[in-house]
Design a binder for this molecule. Structure first.
Ligand code: FES
Length: 263
């Protein structure tokens, strides 16, 4: 993991999303599905984003401006600089024989980089509207479905090795249909390296920190690559007000994430 202050190359609309292209500086792109912590100007906490695109000179992040942090990032102009740290967490295991990439909404974000490293395998993407589906142009070899059709309804009978990112409900449905699927999950992240317990989720009766044990988890609760360590079954008590393991995580005693805006 490196930390660097890098310049904005471009900040482009992709449907309702933004593609923030940053100079690469001293940062390595890491494994698809890993994430970076991006400084959100004017906000206390950085925001976590998986890498969307990597070139020898740039790193690209696709996000939806839906909160104070993401709106601040959407307002960045070329030439402005922000701190970026990463790559962090565990990405997808790329040793797959018959990959099928599956994405829902902004969950498409890590798939362009993943597709590049896997040689442009088939992809199945679901979006709310045609406008959102403009992001599908970033993923080669993609079939697109629009609501009310769900990606799970378009899944082939033998989906092969599913690597997916998207809403929780989509990932849960995929987990039931394709056991062993690699699923990139999301939770609020304040630190990104295992210290704050803001990203704890429950997996098969065990509590894991998504930032160090994920974000990519295998259906059935085992991990992507490389394998991280599991927390003990007892829930950590740093969070108050509700049992740990809810996703999004419940309010903490001092809930920095809520105070700073979820996204
Ligand atoms: Fe702080 Fe995971 S984001 S422990």
């Amino acid at each position: 993991m490196e930390r660097d202050r890098v310049a904005v190359v471009a900040n482009e609309p992709v449907g309702p999303y933004r593609l923030l292209r940053l100079k690469r500086g001293g940062l390595e792109p890491g494994t698809p599905g890993q994430f970076f912590m991006l400084e959100a100007p004017g906000r206390l906490l950085p925001r976590a984003f998986s890498l969307c695109l990597a070139t020898p000179n740039e790193l690209g992040f696709l996000f939806e401006p839906v909160g104070r942090g993401t709106r601040a990032l959407a307002a960045l102009d070329a030439g402005e600089t922000i701190h970026v740290a990463g790559p962090l967490g565990n990405g997808f295991d790329l040793a797959v024989e018959q990959p099928l990439l599956v994405g829902g909404g902004i969950g498409v974000a890590p798939l362009p980089y993943l597709s590049e490293l896997l040689g442009s395998p088939p992809a199945l993407l679901g979006f709310r509207t045609e406008h959102h589906a403009e992001a599908a142009d970033l993923v080669p070899n993609a079939e697109v479905v629009l609501e009310p059709t769900l990606v799970t309804e378009a899944l082939p009978e033998d989906p092969g090795d599913v690597l997916a990112c998207g809403p929780e409900a989509m990932l849960d449905a995929l987990e039931a249909l394709a056991p062993g699927a690699q699923l990139a999950r999301e939770a609020p992240m304040a630190c990104g390296y295992g210290a704050c317990y803001g990203c704890v989720v429950e997996r098969d009766g065990t509590y894991v920190r998504l930032c160090v044990d994920g974000p990519v988890l295998r259906g059935g609760g085992t991990h992507g690559s490389p394998t991280g360590s599991l927390l003990p079954a007892a829930p950590p008590r740093i969070l108050d007000g509700a049992p740990a393991g809810q996703s999004p995580a419940p309010p903490a005693t001092v809930d920095l994430r809520a105070a700073d805006g979820a996204r």
